[in-house]
Design a protein around this ligand. Structure first.
Ligand code: EPZ
Length: 433
């Protein structure tokens, strides 16, 4: 089993370049099968969740050319089934976008219920409600989402509560429905906008993405396109917080600073200096952070994915902080691990963490149980005194490209080793001691 070994206590310094946005890439890659013409996508992150989705496309019969580390070409003219039921489908969350994409193009889809990080119950009722409204019949049978329609007809759909996944999924299907669809209380996250922009580049007619009302005029055909995915706001936020937590000075390049505003605001609030440039941010921290209260919200509020990083940063703060998770009910699992490193955090009613800042964390053996919680444990290892081992790195590799290399380049003493490779562990310890 692979694990990260980290010797903490070194401030991160230097520059890091951010990869393409995983959560946009998942929607865009699914959308790419909605045309029979070739689509070229650039700035695709080289991470396991994306590789799995590309494998699913191949299982459906699409041709996928990986023409560079970050560039792919997809041609879906030879898709020979609308059913995807493999283990790959169940491993990731983003496979559910194939329901919207296949339903839009072929009026039918049978897709295994998706997997993804275990951070709460994660129902898909809002997706189903949207597909229903477009005139399709949707059933869950034998672990598959089965959707079919004579034809899809545009409709007015109001989401009781905003959902990124449901907004993207219904937008995919509606872009090829007959007539106009209006999505109200739509999610406004940057990846919703990126998927809409990509669909528009293929000939779709979508207006208003990024606001809470999206208007879609269905088209009968989509065409080929070349498109570059936006930078990953969560990867950028992770490096911003790691720079702050290590009391370092890091220039984070290839970002859209507007997407990072909620993180920047919190860093400024706890006394960290953030400079904004056109497509970069520099985070400079000299002292322990101050305390803060944070509540996760839909965009443009403070993103739930950044909550574990924020909680971990605040574990070192000078004071008491309260972090409230309002999106997913099970996103404080990493806290048990963090307390093994000396953090003083009490989780009450499963969605509120009361954090009493401590002066230092100390290294320990900890285990990642989801993507962002795992990244937070790596950040804790970088902040801590002594050696930390983070087990189950496969969770982290789902969403962070070259994580240990990027951290190493910033000066972190960190390596990925096999837990049985005692020689490699010894070598690492000799190198960093
Ligand atoms: C997306 O998940 C992201 N995943 C998540 O990132 C992210 O945390 C989340 O949006 C919020 O920003 C992908 O893009 C693949 P939602 P998604 O639908 O689409 C409830 C990561 O680490 N809900 O906006 O699943 C749901 O339970 C991942 O990169 C319903 O009740 O999130 C949650 O409480 C983890 N019924 C809330 O809405 C539904 O039909 C928001 O979920 C849909 C959602």
């Amino acid at each position: 089993m692979e694990q990260y070994i980290i010797k903490g206590g070194r401030p991160l310094r230097g520059e890091v370049s951010i990869s393409g946005y995983k959560n946009a890439a998942l929607g865009i890659i699914a959308a790419a099968i909605m045309t029979d013409e070739t689509v070229k996508i650039e700035n695709v992150p080289d991470i396991s969740d994306i590789e799995i989705l590309l494998n699913v496309l191949e299982e459906l019969g699409a041709k996928v050319d990986r023409i560079g580390k970050h560039t792919i070409r997809i041609n879906a003219s030879r898709i020979n089934t609308t059913k995807a039921d493999s283990d790959n489908v169940r491993k990731i969350r983003g496979s559910y976008y194939l329901v919207g994409a296949l339903l839009g193009k072929y009026n039918k889809a049978q897709i295994a219920l998706p997997g993804g990080c275990n951070i709460g119950s994660r129902p898909i009722d809002r997706h189903i409600k949207g597909f229903d409204a477009l005139g399709s019949e949707v059933k869950i049978e034998h672990g598959l989402i089965c959707a079919k329609a004579e034809k899809l007809i545009g409709a007015s759909i109001y989401f009781d509560e905003s959902s990124v996944g449901a907004t993207i999924n219904v937008m995919l299907a509606a872009s090829m429905a007959e007539g106009q669809t209006t999505l109200e209380n739509a999610a406004k996250e940057p990846h919703v906008v990126d998927v809409a922009n990509f669909l528009n580049s293929m000939g779709a007619n979508i207006k208003g993405a990024g606001t809470d009302v999206i208007r879609i005029k269905g088209v009968s055909k989509l065409h080929g396109s070349e498109y570059s995915i936006i930078p990953d706001q969560i990867e950028a936020g992770t490096f911003m917080f790691a720079a702050a937590a290590s009391m370092g000075d890091v220039l984070i390049k290839n970002v859209i600073p507007k997407h990072l505003e909620a993180f920047t605001a919190k860093l400024l609030e706890v006394g960290v200096n953030v400079e904004e440039y056109d497509d970069a941010v520099r985070v400079i921290a000299g002292n322990r952070p101050g305390s803060a209260h944070v509540k996760t919200l839909a965009y443009p509020g403070f993103l739930t994915d950044m909550q574990p990083l924020m909680t971990t940063l605040l574990s070192l703060s000078n004071g008491t902080s309260i972090v409230t998770e309002s999106i997913f009910e099970n996103r404080f699992k990493f806290v048990d691990e963090l307390t093994k490193m000396g953090a003083s955090i009490k989780v009450v009613e499963s969605n509120t963490a009361i954090i009493t800042g401590v002066e230092r964390l100390t290294g320990a053996i900890v285990s990642a149980s989801d993507l962002r919680g795992g990244a937070a444990l790596v950040m804790a290892g970088i902040m801590a005194e002594g050696y930390t081992i983070v087990e189950n790195v496969e969770f982290i590799e789902r969403g962070y490209e070259d994580f240990e290399n990027k951290m190493q380049k910033l000066g972190a003493a960190m390596a990925k080793v096999d837990s049985n490779d005692l020689k490699a562990i010894k070598k690492f310890k000799l190198k960093v001691s």
